[in-house]
Write a protein that binds this ligand. Structure first.
Ligand code: FES
Length: 167
């Protein structure tokens, strides 16, 4: 069933008129939009479709930091590094968030609750630096505020890093 829906969405993306290498990035973007990341299986399909070595598809995909290769968490965490957020300390917020979740940028926690990515401007520069956790926007973040922001969220997500599981 899952394979059926996967091949359905892929057949909508790997359309005959796109069977040229110049469409590779567009295809990868569409797959990520549909699946949330670029799975190995999907990249192999792209490789066959465009008649390119899998290593070339992988090389192109990893060249761009817009692509992720692990499934996103249920609550994607995004740290803005657009100009306003960057100038207001976004990089420190990003590093604090990575430490808090104990994952790297582009990674997903083991329980698949959170994933972490950096993004460009999300349109609320007056609140810089900004972090989003799922749909929630957290304004004017600092490294200590990152820890605080996760306290309640982790309490509602047993098993997340830093939480104790009840016997
Ligand atoms: S630069 Fe971060 S919201 Fe605009």
């Amino acid at each position: 069933m899952e394979n059926d829906s996967k091949s359905n969405y892929l057949s909508g993306i790997l359309r005959p008129e796109r069977r040229e290498r110049r469409h590779l990035i567009d295809i990868l973007q569409d797959i990520q939009a549909a699946e949330g990341y670029l799975s190995r299986a999907a990249m192999l399909e792209v490789s066959k479709f465009l008649d390119m070595p899998g290593s070339t598809v992988w090389g192109v995909a990893t060249f761009y930091n817009q692509f992720r290769f692990t499934p996103p968490g249920r609550k994607p965490v995004k740290v803005c590094l657009g100009t306003a957020c960057h100038l207001a300390g976004g990089q420190l917020v990003l590093e604090a968030t990575a430490r808090e979740l104990a994952i790297e940028i582009g990674g997903t926690t083991e329980d698949r609750e959170f994933s972490l990515e950096r993004v460009a401007c999300i349109g609320c520069c007056a609140l810089a630096p900004v972090l989003t956790i799922g749909e929630e926007v957290h304004p004017r973040m600092t490294p200590p505020a990152v820890e605080e922001a996760f306290v309640n969220i982790k309490a509602a997500a047993p098993g997340a890093p830093g939480t104790e599981s009840q016997p």
